[in-house]
Structure formats: C-alpha cells, structure tokens
Design a protein around this ligand. Structure first.
Ligand code: NAP
Length: 493
C-alpha cells in the first residue's frame, strides 16, 4: 500500500513507541484514516528500540505488557526481555498494517499553532511541513538521556556512553568498566556485563529499595494453554494487573507497604552477608519514594570478587578513570552512564508554540502541568500521551496508554460532532485540577519520603506521577467532560 495521508492530515502522531502505535490503531478502529505518524528513526519501537544495553528488559510483568486488544501469547519469560518487546511492537505494527502511515527518519522539530486556520504547522528536520488539525505527541517521557556534566568528562581516554545509547562496537571483554548509576537500568546491566569484564566498579550515589524479581520462563505448556484458551491468559493478566495496583495505596500510607519493605530488606540480608556492604545498600528514605527496583541478581553480582561498589561521590573524570570525593582514582577502560533521563521539563528544548504565540517554555515556567497528562491550556488540538502526572506509579504503562488513547479519540470525536475546529482545555479547569493533584501528591512518599528522584522537578514538585491507582486513572478518564474544554469553530468565534 502507498502512504495514505498527505501533508494536511486530520491527526499527526509523533513517535512509534507503544503510545504512538496504540494511538494509530485506535484511530483506525474509529474510522479515521487521514493521519500520519512521524518517526525520527528508521524503525518502530521507541524506548524499546533505543535501549539495547545488556540485560535490558521490563520490570513490569509481561502478561501486563501488551495491549489488552493485542495479547501476546509468545512471551518466553514472566518479565520480558527487550528484544521480545521490540518484536511484539513490530508485529503489532505489521498486523494492523500501520507501515503506510509512518514516515521514518522524519524528526518533528517545530510545532506552531496557526490561529487563523486552527491547524498546527509541524516541520521536520528535513524541511517537510505538515498542517494537521490535531497533534498527538507520543514521544515518551524517558527519551532524553541525562548526561551529567562531570568535571573533566572529555579528558577520559576511553569510551563513555549512556545506557540508552549502548555502544555495541565496544567489546567489554577483559576491560575495567565503571558504571555510574544504580537505577532500573544500572541494576539490570551490571550482572550482565560482569562475566565479560575484568572488573566492574559500580558507582552508587543513593541506594534504592530493591524487591526480588519473580522471573521465570513461561513454559511451553503455558504458552500452548494461552493460545488454545485466551481466557487462561486473561487470568494471568488479571493477577498481574492487581499485583501492580497493590503497592499504590502504600505510596500514600507507607505502613501499608510494610510487607514489601520487609521483603526488600530480607532479600538484602540474604544476598549480602557483609554488614558493611549491606549498610551501604540500605536506603534511609521511605520505601517507594524512588521508583522501586525489581532485581534478584544485582546484589549477588556485587558479591563477586571482580565487582565492587563505590559510594564516594564522583569528583571528576581524569584521563585514566574516575576520581571520587575521597581523592581515590578508580582506573577504568570504559565508563557506562546509567544516569537516567532528563525529566524535569521534557519539552525544555522543543519548539512548541500554541495559541497567541505562547511557547511551551512560557506555559511551563513554573513547572510542567497538564490536564490528566494529555491537554495543556494554550495549546489547542495538542494532545500528549504520558504527559505530566500521568504515570510513575506501579501499573503497566500500557494500561495508562490505552486509557489516554481512548480519551483522545473521544475528544476528536467530540470536535467532529460539534463541528469544532478547536478544542482547548480551559485554563481554570487545568489550574483547579493541578491544585487538587498536587494537594494529593504532596502527601505521598514521592514528595515527603526524604529522597530525590526523577519524579521531582527542581522545585521539588512531582511532575510525573498520577496520585492513585491505574484503575482510578482509567475511571477518571473514561469520558472527556465537554465543559472542561473551549470548543469552537473558525466561524463560531
Ligand atoms: P534512574 O532510575 O533515574 O537512575 C539513575 C541513576 O543514576 C541513579 O542511581 C542516580 O543516582 C544516578 N545518577 C544520576 N546522576 C548522577 C550523578 N550526577 N552522579 C552520580 N550518580 C548519578 O534512571 P534509569 O535507571 O535509566 O531508569 C529511569 C526510568 O526508566 C526507570 O525509573 C523506569 O521508569 C524506566 N526504566 C524501566 C525499565 C523497566 O524495566 N521497565 C528499565 C530501565 C528503565 P540518585 O539515585 O542518587 O539520583
């Protein structure tokens, strides 16, 4: 099939990760074929295409890591490794015949709302121009690597790369590897590189709460069962769903997570007999304040004679390695930055100009905010998936994406039904919503639990998390409320 939409589509989606792909499928199901998807790379998959570090996988159970409408009966493990998730996304794209809608190597670099036509003008790095009625920004919350400005970083003579930009041309065999960062990415990659490397030094700034990862292969009997009886898969999925909902209440009432905290400390005690090392790995902040990690092999990896934990702060990079605050030089051949992603204002470098020339930087000068993470006052017909405060809990992001995609389709339908060319969340509605939201979040462990995490911005506000369960988000976004929006047509103003 040839590409189906021209330069003036009804909807322009940015990104072919799980969010963009899900959006495209639901548009097709709603009968909307006049849309395009811009993808900066030459393949689909979003973060699951970009993150290829050794051991990369999902710490959400695989049974919950597929769209509800496209279950995957082929998962080989209870927690899916990255290549399988990428395969799944590719397969869904093929099954739903989305390729013709995708413009690969088309990076959207500028978005400007045209007040006269009520259309967005979206330009790509190659100079192409699109004029969609609506934009769906599905480019994810965790796609800009955080590369700290370590003193002397460029003087180091060996390769330095970020976990999300793994340099596969660098052979780690027999090398001394320094890994900075012990978040979700760091704990997954350290055990995987330890065998090949001569020595791994793990630089930890703050210990994390780590729960055992109940991973195991999905047996062929189970796989056959899922294929023959879809209901069996649903039972697994439901169990996984409620397991992921369970810790959320404890983010607001920490005592409810006492059992999980005990499980974390129990694993630590069992796997790390040395009390001195254990003390270094024991968090001093409330359980759940930082995103909880799931790993059963990180602590054992630290027991190896060729792996060591460094808890002194990184002072500077030198030609030969990393000098820590105590003056010690840790010689290394390769440095891996498991230092996370820029999340404080993920649109800080984006050119997004809404109504009356308002830039996203001006709109978010006091911090990122939106209405249910999807619409932003001043930016008509602009929808975000996984925008501010719509993730960050414990539930599978797929569940939240499906809620958002359904809501956005309904917003578009509402515009059509009313003959409107413009839909914009009312400023006062967004303000009231955020007052309510932060009132709840300020009482959560994310804000008051005594830690710093990527959930918080420089003002200390949580700009990532929804203050409740996935179910409560689903319920709140089941149907858009028309009165929350200004709806108008060019002839109606
Ligand atoms: P992260 O959780 O933000 O961890 C970054 C690590 O780097 C932390 O240990 C942090 O220390 C450290 N760090 C950052 N800047 C530093 C500096 N200047 N000096 C020393 N240490 C520094 O990042 P991530 O591990 O990439 O994970 C980010 C998110 O991606 C996760 O929370 C998750 O949502 C997602 N993810 C998911 C999976 C999955 O399995 N589903 C896998 C990977 C990633 P501090 O703690 O002291 O800040």
């Amino acid at each position: 099939m040839d590409q189906v939409s021209g330069q003036d589509p009804n909807v322009l989606i940015v990104g072919t990760g799980l969010a963009g792909v899900g959006m495209a499928i639901k548009l097709l199901e709603a009968g909307e074929k006049n849309f395009v998807i811009l993808e900066k790379a030459d393949g689909v998959g979003g973060v699951w295409r970009e993150n290829t570090y050794p051991g990369c996988g999902c710490d959400i159970m695989s049974m919950m890591y597929s769209y509800s409408f496209a279950p995957n009966t082929d998962w080989t493990r209870m927690y899916a490794p990255q290549p399988e998730i990428l395969d799944y996304i590719r397969r869904v794209v093929k099954d739903y015949e989305l390729e013709p809608y995708i413009r690969f190597q088309s990076e959207a670099v500028s978005y400007e709302f045209d007040d006269t036509s009520d259309r967005w003008v979206v330009r790509t790095a190659d100079g192409d121009e699109y004029r969609p009625r609506a934009v769906v920004a599905a480019h994810g919350a965790l796609h800009v690597p955080n590369i700290p400005e370590f003193k002397g970083r460029d003087t180091f003579k060996g390769p330095v790369f970020h976990s999300a930009q793994w340099d596969h041309s660098v052979d780690l065999t027999g090398k001394r590897v320094a890994v900075i960062g012990t978040g979700s990415s760091g704990v997954q990659l350290v055990p995987q590189i330890a065998d090949a490397a001569a020595h791994v030094e793990v630089f930890q700034r703050t210990p994390h709460w780590v729960l055992p990862k109940l991973d195991r292969p999905v047996s062929t009997v189970e796989q056959r069962l899922f294929k023959a009886f879809p209901g069996a898969m649903k039972i697994y999925r439901n169990a996984a769903f409620w397991l992921h909902e369970a810790p959320v209440a404890g983010y607001f009432h920490p005592r409810l997570n006492t059992l999980l905290k005990w499980m974390s400390l129990h694993q630590l005690k069992k796997q790390v007999p040395d009390p001195e090392l254990r003390a270094k790995l024991t968090p001093s902040y409330t359980f759940g304040c930082k995103r909880i990690l799931f790993s059963s092999d990180f602590y054992p990896a630290l027991q190896r004679p060729d792996v060591s934990l460094v808890t002194e702060g990184v002072e500077e990079f030198t030609e030969a390695g990393i000098r820590t605050a105590d003056g010690e030089l840790h010689e290394a051949d390769v440095v891996v930055l498991g230092t996370g992603f820029a999340t404080g204002n993920r649109c800080a470098d984006e050119h997004i100009i809404g109504r009356d020339g308002l830039s996203i930087q001006q709109a978010w000068r006091d911090g990122m905010q939106a209405y249910y993470g999807m619409t932003v006052a001043g930016f008509p017909n602009f929808f975000m998936i996984m925008g501010p405060n719509s993730g960050g809990g414990a539930q599978s992001i797929l569940f939240l994406i499906e809620s958002q995609v359904r809501y956005i389709v309904q917003c578009l339908r509402m515009m059509e039904d009313r003959g409107s060319t413009r839909l914009e969340v009312r400023d006062e509605v967004q303000r009231e919503f955020n007052t309510w939201l932060h009132g709840k979040l300020d009482k959560s462990v994310w804000v008051s639990g005594g830690c710093h995490s990527w959930f918080l911005d420089h003002t200390g506000r949580n700009r990532q998390s929804w203050p409740g369960t996935g179910t409560s988000y689903w319920r709140a976004t089941r149907e858009p409320k028309a009165e929350a929006f200004e709806l108008s047509g060019a002839g109606q103003r």
